[in-house]
Design a protein around this ligand. Structure first.
Ligand code: HEM
Ligand SMILES: *[C@@H]1O[C@H](CO)[C@@H](O)[C@H](O)[C@H]1NC(C)=O
Ligand SMILES: *[C@@H]1O[C@H](CO)[C@@H](O)[C@H](O)[C@H]1NC(C)=O
Ligand SMILES: *[C@@H]1O[C@H](CO)[C@@H](O)[C@H](O)[C@H]1NC(C)=O
Length: 324
């Protein structure tokens, strides 16, 4: 019996040490996303997502813009963890009614449809957060923009944060300095912020988000303002939409040319070219589309990697709208 005591202590010490080593190693590897994460467990995952996005964008080009924005609004709120997809219930309030998302985010049905196909093919394997990240990339590609290799292995949150969604997602009335601090809080430089803002080369915005710009701002092309006022009156018509740039279904660099012509739709857009420190970046993206493409792709990859849940954190939701 006595000899058992030291040996069990010995065993415990060895066991504890190997647990420590194991959790260290798995902690290290779980912190890493990887391009080949599903290559054995769900080899068709990427092609399923790509063809569903392609067909959604074919039936409505704007859907590509909506899916890109969904990823941005997911990642800026405690990381890319699909928190934005959790629907409100009687005892749970998520992010969908936050000011930037309320009556504004689109594409949840496309994500749900992709997820349903994935659950048929490989049940319980592919996270909703990865679906959103890949769908954003495929959307940009479908509208003629650059591609990048999305790293995979994100897991889905079991929570969401209304207050973080209200606090972390920049608003259309932001000044340059507010925009800079919003993006630097997520680790982005000014240049990366301008590149990411080039996401507004596709899609639309509601009157309520640009009304004050077209009636009150001075740094707006007069004819442009007037043309927008027709469909966005001083009062009423809150949900009428206008294009974010003059080629809203092409992922190109026209957004930056529009800014140079004082034709930014949102107050926040025009802040990027209003005599401040980001003017030079706008000029450079306007005259050099391939620089914009490369910077956008790199910044998207960085945004996609914000604070993912990996390893055993979170879960793989069966239904993106609710926790398991
Ligand atoms: C720089 C700070 C940003 C501000 C203040 C901002 C604000 C807005 C606003 C107010 C809208 C219109 C929403 C509505 O009418 O319901 C919008 C639309 C959009 N945003 Fe942003 N955004 C910003 C950055 C970004 C970034 C970084 C991306 C992606 C990389 C992005 C992608 C989009 C897209 C694609 C749309 C159009 C969505 C659609 O047509 O459904 N935005 N944004
Ligand atoms: C909401 O309440 C129901 C009933 O008490 C419970 O079963 C469910 O888990 C709760 N949902 C959440 C998201 O907390
Ligand atoms: C969301 O939008 C609806 C319709 O515009 C509005 O009635 C509601 O108050 C908004 N909710 C929040 C939380 O802002
Ligand atoms: C922007 O709008 C929000 C919400 O309407 C408001 O709280 C905030 O003060 C405004 N910010 C600026 C810079 O006007």
């Amino acid at each position: 019996m006595r000899t058992m005591i030291p040996s069990s202590i010995h065993f415990n010490v060895a066991f504890t040490l190997s647990c420590l080593l194991f959790s260290l190693l798995s902690g290290m590897s779980s912190a890493q996303l990887s391009a080949t994460f599903y290559s054995k467990s769900c080899p068709n995952a990427l092609s399923i997502i790509k063809s569903a996005v392609k067909s959604a964008v074919q039936s409505e080009a704007r859907m590509g813009a909506s899916l890109l924005r969904l990823h941005f609004h997911d990642c800026f709120v405690n990381g890319c963890d699909a928190s934005i997809l959790l629907d409100d219930t009687t005892n749970f309030t998520g992010e969908q009614t936050a000011r930037p998302n309320n009556k504004s985010i689109r594409g949840l049905n496309v994500i749900d449809n992709i997820k349903a196909q994935l659950e048929k093919s490989c049940p319980g394997i592919v996270s909703c957060a990865d679906v959103v990240a890949v769908a954003a990339r495929d959307s940009v590609v479908a509208l003629g923009g650059p591609s990048w290799n999305v790293l995979l292995g994100r897991r889905d949150s079991t929570t969401a944060s209304l207050s973080a969604a209200n606090n972390n997602i920049p608003g259309p009335n932001f000044t340059l300095s507010q925009l800079k601090s919003s993006f630097s809080n997520q680790g982005f430089s000014e240049r990366e912020m301008v590149a990411l803002s080039g996401g507004h080369t596709i899609g639309k915005a509601r009157c309520t988000t640009f009304r004050s710009r077209i009636y009150n701002d001075n740094n707006i092309n007069a004819a442009f303002a007037k043309s927008l006022q027709a469909n966005c009156p001083q009062s009423g018509g809150d949900n009428n939409v206008a294009s974010l740039d003059t080629s809203p279904t092409s992922f190109d660099n026209v957004y930056f040319k529009d800014l140079q012509n004082q034709k930014g739709l949102l107050h926040s857009d025009q802040e990027l070219f209003n005599g401040g420190s980001t003017d030079s970046v706008v000029n450079s993206y306007s005259s050099n589309p391939s620089t914009f493409s490369a910077d956008f792709a790199n910044a998207m990859l960085k945004m996609s990697n914000l604070n993912p849940l990996t390893g055993t954190s979170g879960q793989i939701r069966k239904n993106c709208g609710k926790t398991n």
